[in-house]
Design a protein around this ligand. Structure first.
Ligand code: ADP
Length: 742
């Protein structure tokens, strides 16, 4: 045999199979080592080498005093590129020089018959194109000859990378997944128990190995007692020839399986790809490795889901033919479930994270909206603050004005009857500033002559139809102050949507002095008018006597002058009558002297008088039926006379004046229409005020005092009638009044 021979020891049946390491072992020139050529090896070394070559687990044999090494395909990556291929046929002392200090004494012990373990030894392996940290439990046990002489050491490795990595992952996520950790801890405990069992079993295995040294049949026992599942199936039909207790427990089909077909024992695997995998290994010789493979097995009649790392390795006969498949496996269910739970928890946490992220986004959006709303609120608040400032300025100004004008203010809530007033008002009512104004106190202080009228005015203003206006005069008799005070009360009522009054607010103005002045003026006018009336009456009588005596006078001038004197005297007397009436009215001395009379006749008389004194106008009466009314004929006559003389005064000569008289709604309506200068809308509302005259420079030559319409309106009011005007400036006016028929 020479080194050039590509397969130096191909003729040794125990060196058959074993993949690439089998190839290398067969090629290796063992004669140069202390082992010598393989055919001369002791039987126990041959047996062990045969077992090593067919085993899917990493196995190393260190033989002899210099621990010459033989290892299989599974062990090769553990040596890595740094130690392989020099390790094959080399001494373990050299290969593991860096840890020899640790393992050297162990090896020495094993050579003395002891066993040793080296748990979780880290080996960096490049199995998937990158370097990963892998962990192995090493077991060192002696290989004995039939005579009990220890010839070498069997090193068996079980990979624990998964477990170590899982532990690492668990530790990393310890804080986040405390619950998970508990489960992991229990899974770890179980694994630890399994490890212990494994270790125990390894010791058993050791014993079995010792027995194996006795005979080949003992090898079978070792396999059967192995702590991990091992099965051997022969022929394409996969007849079970070897199945250890561990694999029988996994199958859960009892112990009577030897000689039966794999597919018959495990029919539930039919659609789980296992049969195909076995067939592929048997047909091609390529080993099959599954990791964390789920298998649903019917164990003791019940379907049980487990996870396995398992290998199918082809068994090759002497002539290279494949005669069977060896199946080794490790139950990794606990780790798989732990990993699943970890994954589920991770999924839950990431789902939770996504939800939280979504919620965060929503909250952020809501925050932004709130921010915008806040900004808007801030703007509105600013505006409100400005408006408030303006309001309080306006209130201050109002208060100043109220104080400066010495006005009493009041606010009545008609719903609760609460009456509030300022200090000045309280002092007028004889109350102290801190005293409340009870409603009856506010009315009790009104002079009894005015009280009924004032209360009626309040009540009227509280009706929606009145428009809420309150404007009246009355006298206050304060119990603490004997001097009566005349006040003008002016206010406005507010109404709700149901047209119910909700408050009446306003001011009271002390007009005592003003009223006294007017009274003095009225008294003076009354006195003067009265004094003028007597000589004027005499003058009228003299003019009339003269008129009748000189009627037939030839002198045109005298008769014309007397006519004019007569007209002027009439004008003057109507003027003086007006002043007298007004002074009577003011002092409340005007009384109606009612009687039944024919209104048509009265109107005709008044037209005749006016026509007499103003012959330049065409005054007509539209057909008017005889109407009997109950009224004061003198005063109604003075109203008609006033309207006619105004129509004359404020129209051009030659124009037409038309009087009508109609019965309407239980009353009679009289109108006087002219074609004169008319009245502007803004003046119309004041025409019936005392002393009011339209301010028009074009007509300043027209004399008057602004008392005629005032007196007329007072007379009509006393008759419970109405007086009003319709007018178009430049076209003419129509004055109306109506009085009730009954
Ligand atoms: P006066 O004595 O000033 O005429 P009145 O009270 O009778 O007083 O009238 C008040 C004012 O009403 C007048 O000054 C005048 O401006 C206006 N007026 C009255 N009647 C007419 C009318 N027919 N046409 C135009 N203006 C009138």
């Amino acid at each position: 045999m020479s080194n050039n021979d590509s397969n130096l020891y191909n003729n040794q049946p125990f060196l058959a199979g074993g993949g690439s390491m089998g190839e290398m072992i067969r090629k290796f020139d063992w004669s140069k080592t202390s082992l010598g050529p393989p055919e001369q090896w002791p039987v126990e070394l041959k047996n062990m080498t045969s077992m090593l070559l067919t085993n899917a687990f990493p196995v190393l044999i260190c033989w002899g005093d210099d621990f010459i090494q033989i290892y299989n395909d599974a062990f090769r990556p553990i040596n890595g590129e740094g130690k392989h291929p020099q390790a094959l046929g080399g001494s373990a002392k050299d290969t593991y020089a860096e840890i020899w200090e640790t393992i050297g004494p162990m090896f020495a012990d094993v050579m003395q018959g002891k066993t040793h373990g080296f748990p979780e030894f880290m080996v960096p392996l490049n199995r998937n194109g990158y370097i990963e940290e892998c962990y192995f439990d090493f077991s060192y046990s002696p290989i004995k000859s039939v005579d009990g002489i220890i010839g070498g050491i069997l090193v068996v490795c079980v990979e624990t990378t998964e477990r170590v990595n899982s532990l690492k992952e668990f530790q990393k996520s310890e804080d986040a997944f405390r619950n998970m950790n508990e489960e992991m801890a229990s899974a770890n405990e179980e694994l630890a128990t399994t490890n212990e069992e494994l270790f125990e079993s390894r010791e058993n295995l050791q014993q079995l190995l010792e027995e194996l040294a006795d005979s080949e049949s003992k090898t079978r026992s070792i396999v059967e007692a192995a702590p991990f599942p091992i099965g051997v199936y022969i022929g394409k039909e996969m007849r079970v020839v070897l199945a250890n207790k561990s694999i029988l427990d996994v199958w859960g089909k009892g112990y009577d399986v030897i000689g039966k077909l794999y597919a018959d024992i495990l029919p539930e695997l039919d659609n789980q790809a296992v049969f195909t995998q076995l067939d592929h290994v048997f047909t091609t010789g390529e080993p099959f490795v599954a990791r964390n493979q789920r298998l649903d097995l019917v164990v003791d009649g019940e379907t049980k889901t487990s996870y396995f790392n398992y290998n199918f390795t082809a068994l090759v006969g002497k002539s290279g033919e494949i005669y069977g498949v060896m199946n080794t496996a490790a139950d990794v269910t606990d780790v798989a479930i732990a990993r699943q739970k970890l994954q589920e928890t991770t999924d839950d946490v990431s789902a939770l994270n996504e939800e939280l992220a979504a919620t965060n986004e929503e909250l952020a959006a809501t925050n932004e909206e709130l921010l915008v709303a806040n900004e808007e609120h801030a703007l509105i608040n600013n505006e409100l603050a400005k408006v408030n400032n303006q309001l309080s300025l306006a209130q201050d100004e109002l208060q100043l004005a109220i104080n400066a004008a010495s006005l009493g203010t009041f606010d009545l809530n008609p719903v609760t009857g609460r009456f509030v007033g300022n200090d000045l008002l309280k002092s007028w009512f004889g109350l102290q500033p801190e005293e409340e104004i009870e409603l009856h106190k506010a009315t009790d202080v009104i002079d009894e002559n005015d009280r009924e009228r004032a209360i009626a005015a309040i009540q009227t203003s509280l009706t929606y139809e009145s428009g809420g206006d309150f404007d009246t005069y009355y006298t206050i008799l304060n119990p603490l102050n004997p001097i009566p005070k005349i006040v003008r009360a002016k206010g406005k009522a507010l109404f709700n949507d149901e047209r119910q009054p909700i408050r009446l607010s306003g001011v009271l103005q002390d007009v005592t002095e003003q009223r006294k002045d007017e009274q003095r003026k009225n008294d003076f006018i009354g006195m003067v008018s009265h004094e003028l009336k007597t000589p004027l009456t005499s003058l009228t009588a003299i003019v009339q006597v003269l008129n009748s005596k000189l009627k037939s006078s030839e002198d045109n001038f005298i008769s014309g002058a007397l006519d004019k004197a007569n007209i002027q005297v009439r004008k003057m007397s109507s003027m003086i009558n007006g002043f007298l009436n007004i002074s009577r009215l003011e002092s409340g001395k005007i009384h109606l002297d009612k009687s039944d009379f024919n209104l048509e006749v009265l109107i005709e008389n008044m037209i005749a008088e006016t026509q007499f004194s103003s012959p330049g106008y065409l005054i007509s009466l539209s057909p008017c039926n005889p109407i009997s009314v109950n009224a004061d004929p003198d005063k109604i006559g003075s109203v008609i006379s006033n309207l006619l003389s105004n129509a004359v005064k404020y129209s051009q000569k030659g124009t037409h004046i038309e009087v009508t008289c109609l019965i309407k709604d239980n009353g009679v309506e009289i109108s006087v229409r002219d074609e004169g200068i008319g009245v502007k809308a803004e003046d119309v509302q004041h025409l019936f005020d005392r002393y009011y005259r339209v301010n028009n420079p074009n007509y300043s030559h027209i004399s008057g005092f602004g008392i005629g319409l005032y007196l007329s309106s007072e007379i009509i009011r006393q008759h419970r009638g109405e007086i009003w005007v319709e007018s178009t400036p430049g076209k003419g006016s129509t004055f109306y009044f109506s009085i009730p028929l009954k």
